[in-house]
Design a protein around this ligand. Structure first.
Ligand SMILES: C[S@@+](CC[C@H](N)C(=O)[O-])C[C@H]1O[C@@H](n2cnc3c(N)ncnc32)[C@H](O)[C@@H]1O
Length: 201
């Protein structure tokens, strides 16, 4: 779901972009960067991380977001070239071909996606075998998901066990996992690897 103007005040701030870059830079340290050429960012917002990955590492990036206004700002701020494209996409219904990317990055996006299990399935589809998925977001206590799921239809509400099951069910194996606490919610950093292809029935 697209963010409100109020949410964008915080999310589109330069400090948030700097923090995103720092987190992903640290996570990339666990990977062999030489093998990463084609990258998809899900929910790129105003594109700060995508632009950084393209300029710093020479990776070929698609920064994608559901919200056309965010994509418009990303294009204005960073422009586009052979290695950097911004595109409106729904994470739960990606238009990319199967096995198009070596790395998918999603930071603070899944709690905005009502159809988050479908988004994991789509990410597994567009990743190449042995490709990586950097996932950073909060998870919710089960009491919160039980109480609010019937009421909150437009957001992603999931427990740790629920999201972990979907990763596993879509052929992902955990390479790095770090749990941090931010207020009442646990915040998780995952580096996952697509270990096998799942044939969709
Ligand atoms: C909290 S912001 C995070 C933006 C950026 N990743 C960051 O960390 O600064 C969530 C972003 O996810 C996007 N989004 C929400 N639902 C989406 C969907 N179904 N597919 C792709 N992007 C989505 C929103 O438009 C918004 O830009």
């Amino acid at each position: 779901m697209a963010m409100t103007g109020f949410e964008k005040l915080f999310v589109n701030h330069q400090k948030k972009g700097d923090r995103n870059i720092e987190i992903v830079r640290n996570r990339l340290n666990s990977l062999n960067i030489q093998n990463i050429h084609d990258v998809l960012e899900i929910g790129c917002g105003i594109g700060t991380l995508s632009a950084f990955l393209s300029s710093e590492y020479g990776m070929s990036i698609y920064g994608t977001d559901f919200d056309p206004k965010q994509i418009r700002i990303a294009r204005e701020l960073y422009g586009e070239n052979d290695h950097l494209h911004f595109r409106v996409e729904d994470a739960a219904n990606l238009t990319f071909e199967d096995a198009s990317f070596d790395l998918v990055v999603s930071q603070d996006v899944f709690h905005h996606i009502a159809a988050w299990p479908q988004a994991i399935c789509e990410i597994a589809r567009v990743l190449r075998l042995e490709g990586h998925f950097i996932w950073v977001d909060m998870v919710f206590p089960s009491v919160i998901t039980k109480l609010f799921k019937p009421l909150v239809k437009a957001y992603g509400l999931y427990t740790f066990d629920e999201i972990w099951f979907e990763f596993w069910d879509n052929g992902f194996e955990e390479r790095v996992h770090e749990r941090q606490i931010h207020g009442p919610f646990a915040y998780h950093h995952f580096v996952l690897q697509k270990a096998c292809s799942i044939t969709q029935s």
